[in-house]
Design a protein around this ligand. Structure first.
Ligand SMILES: *Cc1c(COP(=O)(O)O)cnc(C)c1O
Length: 424
């Protein structure tokens, strides 16, 4: 089948090769169990070390990590959660399962990250949590956010699906708040062969709850029965376990438990991928640098940024078109598309999705996120599998299209009547 794009958006966001295949061959030939064994333990150990967190539990997807993270909040009816509107829907979707009020907090126009300056005014006595994403792999302004959260006793969940390989003031996303959620989906910075996820934690009792939930144990409160009512009065120590009804009673059930553990082949590939992470992020930086070089030569466009000592993971490469300059985002995107450079804008603002609208959310709730998505933001293909030739093609086509846009500026500015947005 002919693929219409010479430079398609990435299907695979990392590099898979000989090393992954050889570890899989070894594993299959070993005759060891393919479920829950040493590869999973090793993957989790490397992840903990990379992030500097005490607990990292692998899961079947980033979505499951977020579902469990939100479950751990023990939300009650009427509680409130502050969330970013500019993310993939899995960040906030689990909240639809709870009778809580979500307050979408608008994003910063420079970074597309949740804007701490708008946060305080959304906090009420019922606010329990903040759910944020490091958009495209650019870390949020975490010092400010955590200071606000700590002051109000609010739990912070980091969606780090884009941010593996990023750094914030010498520390890593996933270790900057209370709970971190990672995805190893095919498109992400590393992949565990298509699907996979991780949850990172500092709190031991929460980690124990996650471990139970992912392995078919109930997340419940048990109490030891004073007297055994079982058939034997001398139970073996291994029988003295909440799993045995005659030794324990259950006073509170929070979650029935599920099977969400990462399989050995996936974990083994994860171990290999972690070793390549730094190299892959450096390649993303190289590509991003080439795009930035072209873009910085033109007026009317600006590049996603955040101040401070940070390392962008460049899961996405994002820039913004200023409509006041006369350039038009949609025209620019369709011109690039016509030249074979595929665009995928990420992401449609959450508060405008039908299921959120059904809960009373809607237009103008987050004007910056709306303006960016509908009129300004552009994402370029940026992944380590892109060849030099592909990157050069994107660069030269971007250059061509930007030159056309700049040339058509006076006419466009005169006819569009678009006066919104200040020049950079
Ligand atoms: C990919 C992604 C997820 C979901 O991860 P899966 O592993 O695909 O379930 C969640 N949040 C963000 C921001 C993502 O990009």
């Amino acid at each position: 089948m002919d693929y219409p794009y010479t430079i398609p958006y990435p299907q695979i966001g990392s590099l898979l090769g000989e090393h992954e295949i050889s570890v899989l061959t070894q594993l299959v030939n070993s005759g060891e169990s393919l479920s829950g064994g040493r590869w999973r333990a090793e993957f989790e150990r490397r992840f903990r070390e990379h992030l500097g967190v005490p607990y990292a539990l692998s899961l079947t997807s980033g979505t499951v990590a977020l579902e469990i993270a939100i479950h751990l909040l023990d939300l009650n009816a009427g509680d409130e959660v502050i969330a970013t509107p500019q993310t993939y829907k899995a960040s906030v979707q689990p909240l639809l399962n709870y009778p809580v009020r979500v307050r979408f907090c608008d994003v910063e126009a420079d970074s597309l990250n949740i804007d701490p300056a708008r946060m305080e005014s959304l906090i009420t006595g019922r606010t329990r949590a903040i759910v944020l994403v490091h958009y495209g792999g650019l870390p949020c302004e975490m010092d400010t956010i955590m200071a606000i959260a700590r002051r109000h006793g609010i739990t912070v969940i980091e969606d780090c699906a884009h941010a593996l390989g990023a750094e914030y003031r010498g520390r890593k996303p996933g270790a900057l708040a209370d709970i971190g959620c990672f995805s190893f989906h095919s498109s992400k910075n590393i992949t565990t062969l298509g699907e996979g996820g991780m949850i990172t934690l500092f709190d031991r009792s929460l980690a124990e709850r996650v471990d139970r939930i992912r392995s078919n144990d109930a997340d419940a409160v048990y109490h030891e029965k004073v007297r055994s009512i079982g058939p034997s009065t001398s139970a073996h120590p291994w029988m003295m376990h909440p799993g045995y009804a005659y030794t324990h009673g259950c006073t509170r059930l929070r979650y029935a438990g599920t099977n969400a553990t990462l399989a050995e082949p996936n974990a083994a590939v994860g171990v290999v991928q972690m070793a390549k992470l730094d190299r892959m992020v450096r390649r993303r930086h190289q590509i991003a640098g080439a795009y930035t070089d072209v873009l910085s030569r033109y007026p009317g466009v600006r590049i996603q940024q955040q101040s401070g000592p940070i390392r962008h993971a460049h899961h996405l490469y994002t820039f913004f078109v200023d409509p006041a300059s006369g350039m038009q985002r949609d025209r620019l995107v369709s011109r690039l598309d016509a030249l074979g450079v595929q665009m995928q804008l990420r992401y449609f603002p959450m508060h405008l999705l039908a299921e959120w609208a059904a809960r009373g959310h809607g237009v103008e709730e987050c004007p910056v996120a709306e303006r960016m998505w509908f009129r300004q933001q552009v994402n370029l293909p940026c992944h380590p599998g892109a060849t030099d030739a592909q990157v050069e093609q994107v660069v030269s086509r971007l250059d061509t299209v930007l030159r056309q846009e700049v040339r058509s500026r006076p006419i466009a500015a005169a006819t569009s009547g678009d006066t919104e947005g200040a020049a950079q």
